[in-house]
Design a binder for this molecule. Structure first.
Ligand SMILES: C[S@@+](CC[C@H](N)C(=O)[O-])C[C@H]1O[C@@H](n2cnc3c(N)ncnc32)[C@H](O)[C@@H]1O
Length: 258
């Protein structure tokens, strides 16, 4: 598992994750779709349920098994492939009509090389749509609690998910797609808010839903937890007061064609 971010569990009927509806729209109507870094298959299964023949690729056999189970629960079949996006992809040229990738590209050793491989495996004029987290300043839901951990417990305890926000400027994300030889490249920001009663509830949710924060939270003493929550509260003050906070989350969506 790489240093990437997002909770990975949930029932097949769950709401689509942030950014997935836009990726579905971007490749709507295409027949054969590759979902790069498919994880536990939330987007992958949604693509299949929309009618595509979908291949999901991931390095994690555990995640692929979760995707297989999710597909079964969703009544669809997926072709699931264990492979590394940092290697040449194990597909012939033009094997797919479109490719998607959600919250993965920022973890590639050489994102342009990975995108060149995606370009190779889709047909001429085929669509490619990717989503990654925008820069940290646009994602205080994540960056404020992580900074709070660093302030209270030291930088080492906050040294997780270092790829979060990488390529997170739309112009930079677009440029790396162009550098891979893709055309009609468009990058846009997708925004939503996460709401909570207060910083304590925001922290609680992160610790429940996000593996990185869960691992830190599980190792805290009560005094450390109180200190971290107090620090989170200070850092989230700009987003509301006790009773209700609304904290922004932002993705960069890039759509392009071969
Ligand atoms: C944040 S998760 C996103 C999963 C899925 N795309 C989603 O939206 O729910 C990142 C995924 O990328 C996969 N991944 C990380 N590095 C990879 C690599 N080098 N090649 C293929 N998959 C990789 C991880 O195993 C993980 O499943």
């Amino acid at each position: 598992m790489t240093d990437a971010v997002e909770a990975e569990t949930g029932p097949a009927t769950e709401q689509l994750p942030f950014g997935a509806p836009e990726l579905l729209d971007a490749v709507a109507g295409t027949e054969r779709v590759l979902d790069l870094g498919c994880g536990s298959g939330r987007l992958t299964v949604a693509l299949a349920r929309a009618g595509a023949a979908v291949t999901g690729l991931d390095t994690s056999r555990e995640r692929l098994e979760q995707a297989r189970r999710r597909a079964g629960e969703g009544g669809v079949e997926l072709d699931l492939v264990a492979a590394d996006m940092n290697d040449p992809l194990p597909f012939q040229d033009g094997s797919f009509d479109a490719a998607t990738s959600r919250l993965v590209l920022m973890a590639a050793a050489d994102p342009a090389a990975t995108l060149r491989e995606l370009r190779r495996v889709v047909v001429p004029n085929g669509r490619i749509a990717t989503v990654i987290w925008a820069s940290l300043d646009r994602n205080p839901w994540f960056s404020a609690p992580r900074a709070a951990i660093a302030a209270v417990l030291g930088a080492e305890r906050a040294a997780f998910a270092r790829v979060f926000g990488k390529l997170g400027d739309p112009a930079e994300a677009a440029e790396v797609h162009r550098a891979a030889g893709l055309r009609d490249v468009e990058a846009t920001l997708l925004r939503e808010h996460v709401s909570a009663a207060d910083a304590a509830e925001h922290w609680q949710r992160l610790a429940r839903e996000n593996g990185h924060f869960r691992r830190v939270a599980e190792a805290l003493t009560e005094a450390e937890r109180d200190a971290v929550v107090a620090e989170v509260a200070v850092r989230l003050e700009p987003y509301g007061t006790a009773g209700s906070i609304r904290v922004p989350r932002t993705l960069v969506l890039v759509t392009a064609r071969r």
